[in-house]
Structure formats: C-alpha cells, structure tokens
Design a protein around this ligand. Structure first.
Ligand SMILES: C[S@@+](CC[C@H](N)C(=O)[O-])C[C@H]1O[C@@H](n2cnc3c(N)ncnc32)[C@H](O)[C@@H]1O
Length: 291
C-alpha cells in the first residue's frame, strides 16, 4: 500500500453496501481515504458520508485528498459512533464500513513508532493524543501483563520468555526504539523461518496499546444500532482475532433477529487483488443487513 494505499476489497465493499444515491453512510475507518473516495463517487449530490478515524493526522490527509462537501470528517473512535451521530442530529444511517487495524501509512511512517526496523522512539498509538504508548508498555507494564498481551493478541507461544527478556533489558536501560525491542525479542527466541521473530510481539503490543479488541466489540454494537432497517454493515478483518469478533457478533445479532447475514462465510480477496496488493492477502470481509 504505502503512500499509494490501495483500498482492500473495494468492489466487494461497494456491492455489499449497495449504495443509495441520496443515502447517509459512515466510513468508520477512513484512513488515507481509499474506500471513501469510491463511496463518494457512487453517492449522488444529496448523499452524505461521515468519515471517522481515531488518527487525526490520517484524517487530515483524507480531508485534503477528498475535498468534498458531502463528506464530514470526525476525529473519533468508532466505539463513539452513537455520540458522533447524535451530535450531528442523525437518527440512522444506510451503511457503515469498518476496515479494521492500522494502515500501511501508519506502519510505514517511522516516526509513528510501529516498526521493528526503526531507530525512532517506540509509540504505536493510532491516536497520539491517547495516554498509553508502546514505549510505556515495554518499560512499565508488569511482566505478566506483557506476557499476556503478547500471547493473547500476538499469538506468540514464547510470550513468557519474551516478557522476561524485556524486563531484564529494561532493568539495565530503558528500551527506546523499535529496533532495540526487536533485538531483545530476537535474542530471546532466535531467528528461524521467513517472518521476523518480533512480528507477533509487535502485533500483540499494538493491539493492547490501542485497545483494539475492546474497540471492535463496542464499534460493531454501535454500528448495528445506527443502521436504519435495510441498512448494511460491512467489515474487513486482517487477522483471526478481528475476524472472530466480527463473526461471533454477526451470528449473535442474526440470532437475536437484529440483522440478516449476507455472508455465511467471509469473502476473501481475488487472486488478482492479492497479486496487485499483497497486503490484502489476509483480508476477510463480512456483511449484515439490519432488520
Ligand atoms: C486499514 S486502515 C483503513 C484504510 C481505508 N479504508 C482506505 O481504504 O484508505 C484502518 C484505519 O482505521 C483507523 N482506526 C483503527 N481503529 C479505529 C477505531 N477504533 N476508530 C476509528 N478509527 C480507527 C486507523 O487509524 C486507520 O487509519
């Protein structure tokens, strides 16, 4: 993706959202604005798009890129959707798109501190106005908590060994950069295979620091609550924790007769798309329609 960020599963998202020209839609994760740009091109002059992101810097980029009177830009978390719509006096929306996780733009900007090859200060906050960064996590969190998030959110079975190495290292000197943390992890678990040995640790910390799992729970609930009957929610997940949450939530909502499932199994990108955009390869799309 990089600066040339390509929206993932764009055609499928448009199909599921089934846009009404004059409808009101929410892009709950506008990011660099790839999906929003396409949504706006399908909306008529009376349509509205609410573009949300918890990352103010990204939101500004999207605002500059899209420059469209039909779009309103809101710096907020998707868990705050009810408040955001309330403040705009909007009673219900025709569709919500949630494209989970971080953008390549965030991952690849060294000063955002997500990268394990960077000499910049560790950070990993999507919203830099929030108090807890990865710098604080690795230097202050108890060993048990580090081991838990690295295991639970990173899927890393060597989490205890890694947490113990982090605590030993920080006892000698404060851990400052992604590169330092990656080296601590590599020396604790060794190198093997194609993926960097710190990949899972970084994922676990990122999810914990941004409270991503709690956000998804609250965001899905808020999205379905916001839909008018016939309105649609489309989610795109990039790992099994995100997809598992979307799947369970949607099944539960269908059982409670709040929604109709539009995808029994998740949709995945076509081979052409993953060839063109390898970072789309793990994507899974799900959709429901409000009853
Ligand atoms: C995968 S990117 C979205 C890319 C976008 N769909 C596009 O095509 O350009 C995910 C974006 O969601 C934002 N985000 C993640 N969690 C969020 C949350 N809880 N509330 C609002 N935005 C969030 C991130 O800051 C990031 O910009």
């Amino acid at each position: 993706m990089g600066a040339q960020h390509l929206p993932v599963m764009l055609r499928e998202a448009l199909d599921f959202l089934n846009l009404r020209k004059g409808g009101t839609y929410v892009d709950a994760t506008v990011g660099p604005g790839g999906h929003s740009e396409a949504l706006l091109s399908h909306l008529g002059p009376e349509g509205h798009l609410i573009c949300m992101d918890r990352d103010e810097e990204t939101l500004e980029l999207a605002r500059e890129r899209l420059q469209d009177k039909r779009a309103r830009f809101v710096h907020a978390r998707f868990s705050e959707l009810a408040r955001v719509l309330g403040e705009m006096d909007i009673q219900g929306v025709d569709g919500v798109l949630m494209d989970f996780g971080v953008s390549m733009l965030q991952l690849k900007t060294p000063e955002r501190g997500f990268s394990f090859t960077s000499n910049e200060t560790l950070d990993m906050r999507m919203d830099r106005s929030e108090p807890t960064s990865a710098l604080e996590a690795v230097n202050k969190w108890p060993e048990k908590e580090l081991a838990r998030v690295i295991y639970e959110y990173g899927g890393e079975w060597r989490s205890r060994r890694i947490a113990s190495a982090i605590c030993r290292a920080r006892g000698k000197a404060r851990i400052e950069t992604g590169l330092e943390l990656a080296e601590i992890v590599s020396s604790a678990v060794g190198r093997s295979g194609k993926t960097h040995p710190a990949t899972r640790t970084f994922q676990g910390l990122r999810i914990a620091v941004n409270r991503e799992m709690e956000e998804i729970d609250a965001g899905l609930e808020a999205a379905v609550d916001a839909l008018v009957p016939g309105g649609r929610l489309v989610t795109i997940a990039y790992h099994s924790l995100e997809d598992g949450k979307a799947k369970r939530f949607m099944r539960e909502a269908a059982r409670a007769e709040r929604v109709k499932l539009l995808t029994k199994k998740p949709l995945v990108p076509t081979r052409e798309e993953t060839r063109e955009n390898p970072s789309a390869r793990s994507a899974k799309m799900r959709a429901v329609e409000a009853i």
